[in-house]
Design a protein around this ligand. Sequence first.
Ligand SMILES: Cc1cc2nc3c(=O)[nH]c(=O)nc-3n(C[C@H](O)[C@H](O)[C@H](O)COP(=O)(O)OP(=O)(O)OC[C@H]3O[C@@H](n4cnc5c(N)ncnc54)[C@H](O)[C@@H]3O)c2cc1C
Length: 401
Amino acid sequence: MMGKGRAQAMGSRRAELPSRVDIAIIGGGIMGLSTAYHLSRISSLKVAVLERSYLVSGASGRNGGGLRMQWGDEGNVALMMESIEMCRGLAQELGINLWFRQGGYLFLARTEAGESRLTRNAELHHRLGAPTRLLSGAEALEIVPQLDVSDVRLAAFNPEDGVVFPWPFVWGYAGQAVSRGVTVRTHTAVDRIEGLADGLRLHLSTGERLDADRVLNATGAWSIELNRSLGIELPNHPHRHEIMSSEPLKPFLDPLVVDLATGLYFSQSTRGEIVAGITMPDEGPPATEVDLASSRRFLAHLGRALTTIMPLTAQLRVLRQWSGPYDVSPDGDAIVGPSPGLPRLYQVCGFTGHGFMMAPAVGKLLARLLAKGERHPMLERWDPARFSRGGSTRREDMIIG
Ligand SMILES: Cc1cc2nc3c(=O)[nH]c(=O)nc-3n(C[C@H](O)[C@H](O)[C@H](O)COP(=O)(O)OP(=O)(O)OC[C@H]3O[C@@H](n4cnc5c(N)ncnc54)[C@H](O)[C@@H]3O)c2cc1C
């Protein structure tokens, strides 16, 4: 159990709010808190984070905790190389155990298209200095002997990819941000935003108001409703993504395994549970609201795919299943920067199923933009205004889930 003092040091429903701040961050997920932490490191700006519920209530507390360099686009590979490098020292920096374990990611290709994706991407990884290795099915068995590799055409393994336990990651950023002067107020929703001559006024669910020079919308899949209330139309949409964890098993699985053909992914947590998710077929039109239901359909579909590729899991008992919201951007790129038509409101959304791993690097880039006006090339690419110009022309081919 966490002591009361420690919990309050990570933010609290009783944290006192000033009447005005330089930057108000709406949403106490990994994006909002990583940005708050980096702002507190590089500036003396007055910052407050407002979270509607408890700190790991959103996607940041519901995800698989996977971190990888194995992407198909140069910018994403470079960003994730930096994020993983930052993670190496992060437990010490944040003063909390993140359960960061670099067991690698093992991608399996069972189709010709998957094989050429892995081959093309491995060349890119080598050029950028990421240690991805292409393996035959037999070589993949040396890494995970329990796999059925009978129809695996090619595998790709990067030993520096890994997993974390998401909750302490979020708490660590919150704790350090608070200790550096950021106000983190939980159980307080932003109900409405009003324009002022010199800033924005937030109307809170507690009846309080908070004025800010600039506001960051870090509400993930809920950003759509906040934006809509301001007449800002961005094309991201929420998508329910389900996941499960099993009874704990003696540790035997080092990497996170991904089957490209089905979008199945699974890893073993430090506590021994198999944590698994999958791309669901035939999901219908894009959702307009966040839906956090769990389904038997998911368990049945996942069970078939998992037992095919890893037959011993047929004996596995499921302990928990849950879902979380992906915040899907239509061109596969995140949406970060000043809002079209309302430049005092910044966005950090649209990270689909990979915002957790990108948050260390994104928080740093965004803090530099907010505090110093520095525009990293990824921020040019993620510009929210790009959609009115037709969207990004790149298409990342390694989005899973
Ligand atoms: C099942 C699942 C598995 C995933 N696996 C991975 C993975 O392995 N690796 C990876 O990198 N990513 C993964 N992701 C994606 C990752 O979790 C997200 O991209 C990331 O957590 C997004 O962080 P965020 O801070 O933007 O959003 P969130 O964590 O959702 O935070 C937004 C916060 O805003 C709050 N909020 C909403 N509205 C308001 C309001 N009006 N006022 C105040 N607060 C408000 C919410 O309560 C919430 O806490 C996964 C996601 C899911 C759902």
